[in-house]
Design a protein around this ligand. Structure first.
Ligand code: FES
Length: 118
């Protein structure tokens, strides 16, 4: 008995076009509407997803809506779990680092020296 070789999968012209477009279209270099501003509450950050990526929308002290990766650069936790401070910065809920509308870390907590040794 001779083992039969698998037949090559037939791809229609339309599917081939879609496949080629997906391989070449720069999906992450486009503008997308992600929310209706009138539906957003500016008093807290909003978690959203776009193209499978977690993002956070929030309004800074200049009343500009900002969209960041939903990740704190300190320990990679979601910034959307934080809050908007009275000075218009986005505060990370975990260690209270604060970020301005341009993404700069403008304040970070200091860690007290531990007196115990491991
Ligand atoms: S994880 Fe965000 S400040 Fe530490």
């Amino acid at each position: 008995m001779v083992a039969s070789e698998p037949k090559p999968e037939l791809i229609s012209e339309e599917n081939l076009f879609i496949q080629q477009e997906e391989e070449t279209f720069p999906w992450t270099k486009q503008w997308y509407p992600v929310a209706v501003i009138d539906h957003l509450d500016a008093s807290y950050p909003h978690k959203i997803q776009l193209l499978g990526k977690d993002l956070v929308l929030w309004r800074d002290r200049n009343n500009k809506w900002r969209c960041f990766d939903d990740v704190c650069p300190h320990r990679l936790v979601p910034l959307s779990e934080g809050r908007i401070e009275s000075d218009g910065t986005l505060l990370c809920a975990y260690h209270a680092w604060r970020f301005d509308g341009k993404g700069n870390c403008v304040k970070y907590s200091t860690i007290k020296r531990c007196s115990h040794r491991s």
